[in-house]
Write a protein that binds this ligand. Structure first.
Ligand SMILES: C[S@@+](CC[C@H](N)C(=O)[O-])C[C@H]1O[C@@H](n2cnc3c(N)ncnc32)[C@H](O)[C@@H]1O
Length: 396
């Protein structure tokens, strides 16, 4: 095999700043799923990318259950070329010497390129070169491959970190946040894997915490919390990761992957001022298979208090020793800044009446902290897509 160009690793790509959360989640999943595997500390490729040695069943586990990653990849080839010709030469050498048998005769593929600004050619040209090198290299091994952008057998992910370009197989075939349960959405839904990050940063534990999202929108945080508590697969049927149809992963991905903590009974309330959002949350809960695990509510948060919330939970048999508020408040694209600051300040006053609870927010508005008042115990940069944002946690 062509040393240095062929690589074999499992890559968890995530939101910048979430390496620790992603690594913690993966080691918990591995401990739960396998008695006989100990994973090593991963290498890091930037602020949101972890690299583990490749093993098919670990790759299958990650692409089936890992909630905080945005992509799960199998790294295949790397090159430090900055121009198209040497990139072609490197990849051709790697593919033609590749004895792993990961590509089979007649397979089709597509290629997506990201983060290649430091390469001396554009994304389209890189796609062309990677495609040619793969097709030509496979042909030298007696294997015929062709491109099908719409319905491929596998998708390749090409991206750069510092000076290295990596060609990888995208094991889900799509971003991990497209889980398949969001049938309808509010105006500003949180990405599903970001909601999972938020819950993990807030150290949500379904055994001890009564969870309240008082501005739940389409219910993403509540639904992720329920799915996380039960260790349910990321994908809501009929959606499945692409790797389910590809050897050697297919044998490790059953038709209906079982929940890893099937008997968990979380206590979660999702409330929003907008009536339509309650219906949307209900629909999404059904699609995610968590009906009965979340209590959807329609209320202005200012009309709720800790006693009411605890009473509601008690009447449902969901008492817990601790309380946790996790939310993604409006950040201002449709509200007047004064109204928004007023809302944040009322949210702060309201939250501080939940004595002894914790509260965690993802906010993309720099005025939030001052208006909310008090002092955050944890503050960490955490971006919501293109919006620069923060994770803030308060002890109330
Ligand atoms: C940024 S969105 C939340 C999005 C949500 N995390 C999701 O993924 O769909 C903010 C939500 O706050 C709700 N909201 C605004 N003011 C509220 C209030 N006073 N009480 C309760 N909910 C409110 C809005 O209706 C909106 O759905």
């Amino acid at each position: 095999m062509k040393e240095g160009i062929i690589v074999d690793d499992l890559r968890l790509i995530g939101i910048p700043g979430t390496n620790k959360v992603m690594a913690g989640e993966f080691s918990r999943l591995v401990r739960r799923a396998f008695n006989d595997v100990k994973i090593k500390e991963p290498a890091k490729a930037g602020l949101g990318a972890l690299i583990y040695p490749f093993e098919p069943r670990l790759a299958a586990l990650a692409v089936t259950y890992h909630r905080t990653a945005s992509r799960v990849l199998r790294g295949l080839y790397r090159s430090e070329a900055k121009r198209l010709e040497p990139l072609y030469d490197d990849l051709l050498a790697g593919v033609s010497a590749d004895t792993r048998g990961w590509f089979k005769d007649g397979m089709t593929f597509s290629i997506a390129v990201s983060n290649v600004a430091s390469f001396e050619a554009g994304g389209r040209q890189i796609v062309g070169v990677v495609k040619n090198a793969l097709v030509d290299g496979a042909k030298m091994r007696g294997v015929s491959l062709s491109v099908d952008p719409d319905n491929p057998d596998f998708r390749l992910d090409v991206r750069m970190n510092e000076d290295t370009l990596t060609v990888a197989m995208d094991l889900a075939g799509r971003p991990m946040n497209q889980r398949g349960y969001r049938t309808d959405r509010g105006l500003a839904p949180l990405r599903e894997n970001l909601a999972a990050v938020l819950l993990m940063l807030a150290r949500y534990d379904s055994r001890f915490d009564l969870l309240l999202d008082p501005m739940a929108g389409s219910g993403t945080i509540a639904i992720e919390a329920a799915l996380m508590a039960r260790g349910q697969a990321v994908w809501s049927p009929p959606r499945a990761p692409m790797a389910k149809n590809i050897e050697p992963y297919s044998e490790f991905i059953p038709d209906n992957p079982p929940p890893l903590f099937g008997d968990a009974a979380p206590a979660i309330i999702a409330s929003d001022i907008d009536k339509r959002m309650k219906r949307v949350t209900q629909k999404n809960m059904e699609a995610a298979g968590v009906e009965g695990l979340i209590e959807p509510w329609c209320a202005d948060f200012r009309s709720l208090d800790a006693e009411m919330v605890k009473e509601r939970a008690k009447s449902l048999g969901l008492e817990r020793e601790r309380g946790l508020i996790v939310s993604n408040p409006p950040y201002g694209e449709r509200l007047d800044p004064d109204d928004l600051n007023g809302l944040y300040s009322e949210l702060g006053e309201w939250a501080r009446t939940f004595k002894g609870w914790r509260a965690a927010f993802i906010v993309a508005n720099t005025d939030f902290e001052a208006a909310f008042g008090g002092r955050a115990r944890i503050k960490k940069p955490l971006s919501n897509g293109p919006l620069k944002g923060y994770f803030l946690q308060y002890d109330l």
